[in-house]
Write a protein that binds this ligand. Sequence first.
Ligand code: NAD
Length: 454
Amino acid sequence: MSNYTIISPVTEQPIQDIHLADIDETDVAILKAQHAFESWKKVTPGDRAKLLRTFAAIVESHNEELAQLEVLNSGHTIGNARWEAGNVRDLLNYYSAAPERLFGRQIPVPNGIDITFKEPLGVVGIIVPWNFPMPIAAWGFAPALAAGNTVVLKPAEYTPLTAIRLAELALEAGIPEGVFTVIPGKGSVVGDRFVTNPLVRKIVFTGSTGVGKQIMRGAAENVKRVTLELGGKSANIIFDDADIEKAAAGAPGGVFDNAGQDCCARSRILVQASVYDSFMEKFEVAVKKFVVDDPSKESSEMGPLISKLQFDRVTDFVPAGSPIAFQGSKPTGPGYWFAPTVLTPKDSSDRAYREEIFGPVVSVLRFTDEADAIRLANESEYGLSGSIWSRDIGRAVRVSRGVEAGNLSVNSNSSVRYWTPFGGYKQSGLGRELGPDALDAFTETKNVFFDTQN
Ligand code: NAD
């Protein structure tokens, strides 16, 4: 039996002790989820849809409570945390439409009729990181439940509180016991057991690329399905014909939101040489205005890093003598605060430019032309997200097609919309979440042929 003491990233004081499940407790929960699956898959589509809508309504009526819990546990700004709880509601509403629309196909064949069915997989294991505890959990559990699977979910050790509360709200909504179970625990114990227990038929993992590779290797043993959402080092590409004012004003939010602990953070800014000085001047003003403050204040735009460990990791990327162009502000006193930091390395070999930092640190480089911008953007093992700023439609299309990344935005830094697919190229992941096709990742296609000649 072990416990984990959650520490506030704002005050560095203990918040709550959480029991961490061991392997036996994990197996018991998985077995319960397997039993629950037998009846959950038979709930009629209309009833399953209604239960998900009720769950959404209950999440909505607890929006403020969930948001405050995230501010407390994770140090997210209150504005972000309200959006995150709202995102859970939106996902449940969006996928509540799915059970009644989970169509198979009728395919013309000789001598009979051929029909396909979309059938649930069984128990789905969801492993969540600490950076967006609510949305990332719901990106997995909302479509998984809608498709008729049951879910066991492991939150990150640092940030289990909102997931635990969401599981209670699911029960309140009438979702039967065992259909959605949250199991706080260590990655190496509970997470690993999801991978090795054969009753878990699929793993949805969001986290670091290293652990993702380990999970993929482990899943091979049982040919277990996996969806992986991993790291990123996304480029924000600013061309000379862009609205430089707007690009510069948006750039801090594009990388420093959630203190840079965002897999889509635009942590490499590539600026066309001819507008570099003009961009940097405006960017400096925007960075200095970025409000880093107590996340419970409505005006706060950035809170602290999640932990002392993360603070040390980020600090390690900015040793003495780093090419710091300018920095934003940070509060004094307790808390894992790191000031927004802008680096101007001499070239793309710089470690802070190449590696995912997962903190409020961005590197800026110049490029010469379109080809050079695409070359630099693609010079990364990752390919998750990115932005292209240009008023030239042809160029925006060409560069969007040229950049190897799963989620790009033109003249915007927003990556996530629950209506559209989300996922990575290269080592940023495997598979897609969100959008109309997410159900495919939580179903098997069964093909049945009916012979009409006999
Ligand atoms: P992490 O990989 O250390 O942990 C993620 C989750 O995996 C946690 O719940 C952890 O307990 C669990 N875990 C750890 N070891 C495990 C193991 N051996 N078996 C099974 N589960 C295990 O990552 P993190 O530090 O929590 O999150 C930061 C990383 O996540 C960053 O690299 C970031 O880019 C990535 N991330 C990616 C996305 C995305 O959508 N692509 C979203 C958020 C975070």
